[in-house]
Design a protein around this ligand. Structure first.
Ligand SMILES: [Zn+2]
Length: 259
């Protein structure tokens, strides 16, 4: 059995990939990362990832406005995001969520956009992708409010929260996606949490160009490195890398309705 992976979260439109874009895609394919979800962070970034997906069948676009960019929007940006989200090629909505680490955007604006994304996700039937930084309590609260007892369809991306938060998110119907943070030496507790996530809710990602896994920590991340996180996730679940690849690929394919 060979390795088959999907990088469910990266930013291929980042400047960091301008120089060697083709090689980055090539290395991903060679490593077994056969499909890549590239996530928009603004109107223009979302448009760019859609164009990339038009040219490269292995790339799937997700469109939205990142919480840290919600303050810099033009009046019709959200209408354009709605339009894009309904497009056939688009597989998800985001990245959205809450961020209390960077203090530049008032939390009320972030919450407003988070709710819009969740509603757009419902309208389109496409899952939403959640960014959560130093805002676990707020994120959980908002998700619970929006859920109103109905299951949500979405991903806690680059999960680094507590076991308790993971449990609540699972109850709400969400998937949990692990990035390179899972591989960092000091993140024993995160690996312990990962071990508790049911196999059918697990996803892997890079969040490239950020958060490179341990062997490459501090360097540029890229989709091929999904394999390193997948390997650690396999270990904590007592699976082979190939088995975990099949599991997370099956989950991502079903959740994002990839074809
Ligand atoms: Zn991201």
């Amino acid at each position: 059995m060979s390795l088959n992976l999907i990088d469910t979260h990266c930013h291929l439109d980042a400047k960091a990939f301008e120089q060697d874009f083709a090689e980055v895609l090539q290395r991903a394919t060679e490593t077994g990362v056969k499909r890549i979800l590239s996530i928009g962070i603004s109107r223009s970034s979302s448009a760019t990832v859609m164009q990339m997906a038009d040219k490269h069948p292995e790339i799937f676009p997700v469109v939205g406005i990142h919480p840290n960019y919600t303050l810099q929007t033009e009046p019709d940006d959200w209408d354009r995001i709605i339009e894009m989200a309904h497009h056939d090629s688009v597989v998800g909505v985001g990245e959205t969520g809450l961020d209390r680490y960077w203090k530049d955007v008032p939390i009320e604006i972030q919450q407003d956009y988070f709710r819009r994304h969740i509603r757009l996700s419902r309208d389109t039937g496409k899952p939403f992708v959640v960014h959560c930084r130093d805002a676990e309590t707020d994120v959980v609260e908002l998700l619970q409010e929006e859920s109103q007892g109905q299951p949500l369809s979405g991903v806690m991306h680059s999960f680094c929260g507590s076991g308790e938060t993971a449990k609540i998110c699972l109850q709400l119907g969400l998937h949990i996606s692990f990035s390179g943070m899972l591989t960092y030496r000091r993140n024993e507790e995160l690996r312990a949490t990962a071990a508790t996530i049911p196999l059918d809710r697990l996803l892997v990602e890079t969040d490239a160009p950020y958060l490179a896994p341990q062997p490459r920590r501090g360097k540029r991340n890229e989709p091929a490195f999904t394999a390193m996180t997948n390997e650690v996730l396999a270990e904590v679940h007592g699976k082979t890398a190939e088995e975990m690849g099949e599991i997370t690929t099956r989950n991502a394919t079903a959740l994002f309705q990839l074809h």
